[in-house]
Ligand binder design. Structure first.
Ligand code: GLU
Length: 356
């Protein structure tokens, strides 16, 4: 993992203004900080939202925004080039070139594709070009879309082996309550462990145009911190928000500290990037063997299985009470499950998910 490598994601409400057009000044502020950090030895990938909102401001002519996914995907095709144009202008002002990389969930699921995407991002950095990433909204199948760039940014951070993930948004960070409902809400500056209370605090807050909200930021932070990545949620509008997020201590916003026992890149990939194709329900004895003795999952420990998985697919592993306890790559297909070898999920392909 590179010690000074960061992924910064800017949300829709920060990238666009109240007419839905691109907020050029906000992009320029990010570009200035990116160039400053690069001068200090950081490598940086930008993840941008805002394609759909910018696209609708171009073609919507004041009509209410559509909500069906086919229209939204089409609108993103209008907005994405507008967004890139704006990023190009913003970075031109600080003498830096940008490159567009559009990623879809499948790019993360197929390990070959995943390594390929990593190669492209690295090659762009070698060319001194700042990669600007968004989801490939126009063509991604609705069923398998990420739908929010917080998750995408966390996966990209994992992909490039980043040390930091910064989510720039329209709040001061993670607050103790929703400030619209509770005026006494205060900023939580540091988070060292995820617990259910924290997830309750985040609630299901959503702004009008972005799709993430605080819950999706927390999910991204959890994913990143499990991968050993320090995560900061910070206010996009603050002066030098990006710079202060990673260089100051205490910085701004909320900092989530990485777990000490971080997952390897491959295990994070299994845990967070690959879609599950089924589930295995295991018994108490097997759960014990997995959680307390670091063993592989054996066929005798599996009570039942669901899904049409084939060898190499990811599956969820559920405990006796039906709770997800782990995720792993199966060595057998659902079809030949009962004729298989003893080891169903090898310990090297297994990630325990219950540790906070
Ligand atoms: N990819 C979407 C866009 O560019 C944004 C998703 C999000 O709001 O996080 O419009």
């Amino acid at each position: 993992m590179a010690t000074r490598s960061l992924v910064v994601k800017i949300g829709t409400t920060s990238v666009t203004d109240n007419t839905g057009g691109v907020a050029q000044e906000a992009l320029e502020q990010v570009a200035r900080d990116v160039v400053e950090l690069r001068a200090r030895g950081w490598t940086i990938v930008v993840v941008t939202s805002g394609a759909i909102t910018a696209g609708w401001s171009e073609v919507g002519r004041g009509r209410p925004r559509p909500s069906d996914s086919v229209s939204l995907q089409a609108v993103s095709a209008v907005g994405q080039p507008l967004l890139m144009h704006a990023w190009r202008d913003a970075f031109a002002k600080v003498g830096t070139s940008v490159g567009q990389v559009l990623l879809a969930p499948l790019d993360f699921s197929h390990r070959g594709q995943y390594l390929h995407a990593r190669g492209t991002l690295e090659a762009l950095q070698a060319l001194n070009v700042v990669p600007i990433v968004n989801e490939n909204d126009a063509v991604a199948d609705e069923e398998i879309r990420f739908g929010d760039n917080d998750r995408l940014a966390a996966l990209v951070a994992n992909l490039v082996g980043a040390s930091h993930l910064v989510l720039l948004t329209d709040t001061a960070g993670l607050l103790t309550a929703d400030p619209r409902l509770d005026p006494t809400a205060t900023l939580i500056e540091e988070v060292t462990a995820f617990d259910t209370e924290l997830v309750d605090v985040a609630g299901a807050s959503r702004s009008g145009v972005g799709s993430g909200g605080m819950a999706s930021k927390l999910a991204a932070a959890r994913m990143a911190t499990w991968s050993g990545i320090t995560t900061v949620i910070a206010p996009a509008h603050a002066e030098h928000a990006l710079l202060h997020s990673v260089t100051d201590s205490p910085g701004i916003g909320t900092t989530f500290h990485p777990r000490p026992e971080r997952l390897s890149a491959r295990k994070s990939w299994i845990a967070f990037a690959v879609a599950s194709r089924g589930a295995l329900h295991i018994n108490q004895g097997a759960l014990q063997a997995l959680e307390h003795h670091g063993r592989s999952l054996l066929r005798v420990g599996v009570e039942s299985h669901v899904g049409n998985f084939v060898e190499g697919d990811a599956v969820e592993i559920k405990g006796p009470e039906g709770q997800v306890v782990a995720k792993g790559l199966v060595r057998v297909s659902a079809e030949s499950f009962h004729e298989s070898d003893d080891v169903v999920v090898h310990r090297d392909d297994l990630v325990l998910l219950r540790r906070s």
